[in-house]
Design a protein around this ligand. Structure first.
Ligand code: DGY
Length: 323
């Protein structure tokens, strides 16, 4: 008799191709209506599960769920590159493996960072609104006007895979590139960007600041009033990483005072329940966490998570093991 397939709890819907693959190799318990599951519901559904497939919206894995998981759970595969929502130390303590899905979403997320820069600088949101609301009455040489991206200076906070892909794209806009990272990256990965060991030292060069670092205890709230004050007047901040890297009071204050000309935000603290003050600011270009949201990328993320699970249950080391 063939051994029983591992039992897998999947907390959110995945693209069809991934769900049907998982259905063949696991006893998969899927979330058919894709509702966000509460911690209690996850714990209840996880009873007897061997594996959990989760997303970055399952925040409870950073705040206590892991200690309460049944002993049957051996691996947690998050369908995300970010893993701040998983308490890795707690998982190690329980001897539960954790994997993520790097690489496959790099290009899609870097594309969104560029969209944020262009959208914020050129006022794509108010332009689109004017057309949709039938308020576009005449073409004018003087209003509304945005700001150029081409030829300006861009500082990249976090020069991992996504930061590097942003730098590569920014070269096409003839931008002068700067970056801050814990360590310098190899010159061929920097795309001509100048390294600043201290974030403070990079900020005066940032006509644009693109946030591309992970959310960690060191980076949470790092973009605050003091740092924004060091940027040139009329600068633009874009965030395609995690919302909690920005101090919202500081950003909103700077957008209101004109210290910052604009911001482009794809991610928010407590999303989707975002700070409602952003909605009333005309100089913010807002997107609903679309970084990795393309058909191909979401399939690739699901497949990468499935590859990690398959490797684990075949007794091999998953390529994206974090524990
Ligand atoms: C990621 O992969 O971390 C994306 O932000 C989606 O959660």
């Amino acid at each position: 008799m063939a051994p029983a397939l591992p039992r897998l709890l999947v907390t959110r819907r995945l693209p069809k191709a991934t769900e049907s693959r998982l259905g063949k190799t696991y006893q998969a318990r899927l979330n058919a209506d894709d509702h966000p599951m509460s911690d209690a519901e996850i714990l209840d559904a996880a009873a007897d599960s061997d594996a959990l497939l989760i997303t970055s919206m399952d925040k409870g894995f950073a705040t206590g769920i892991i200690a309460k998981l049944p002993p049957s759970v051996k691996i947690i595969a998050t369908v995300s590159v970010g893993y701040e929502h998983v308490d890795i130390a707690a998982a190690r303590e329980r001897n539960i493996a954790v994997t993520n899905t790097p690489d496959v979403l790099t290009n899609a997320t870097a594309d969104i960072a560029v969209l944020l820069m262009l959208g914020a600088a050129r006022g794509a949101h108010w332009g689109a609104r004017m057309v949709r609301e039938d308020r576009w009455n005449s073409w004018s040489l003087t209003e509304p006007l945005g700001l150029d991206v081409t030829g300006r200076r861009l500082g990249i906070l976090g020069m991992g895979r996504i930061g590097q892909a942003v730098a590569k794209r920014a070269q096409a806009f003839d931008m002068e590139l700067h970056y801050h990272n814990r360590r310098p990256v190899a010159p061929d990965l920097a795309f001509g960007a100048r390294y600043h060991a201290k974030l403070d030292d990079m900020l005066p060069y940032c006509d644009f600041l693109s946030i591309n670092c992970a959310s960690t205890p060191e980076t949470r709230g790092i973009v605050n009033e003091r740092l924004i004050a060091k940027m040139p007047h009329g600068a633009i901040i874009v965030n395609s990483a995690r919302g909690d890297i920005i101090d919202d009071d500081a950003l909103i204050g700077a957008l209101k005072s004109g210290k910052l000309a604009a911001a482009g935000l794809d991610v928010f603290r407590n999303e989707p329940k975002i700070d409602s003050r952003y909605r009333s600011l005309d100089n913010v270009f807002l997107l609903p966490h679309l970084g990795s949201a393309t058909h191909d990328t979401r399939i690739a993320m699901g497949m990468r998570a499935a590859d990690n699970l398959d490797a684990f249950f075949a007794g091999r080391r998953p390529q994206d093991l974090l524990t």
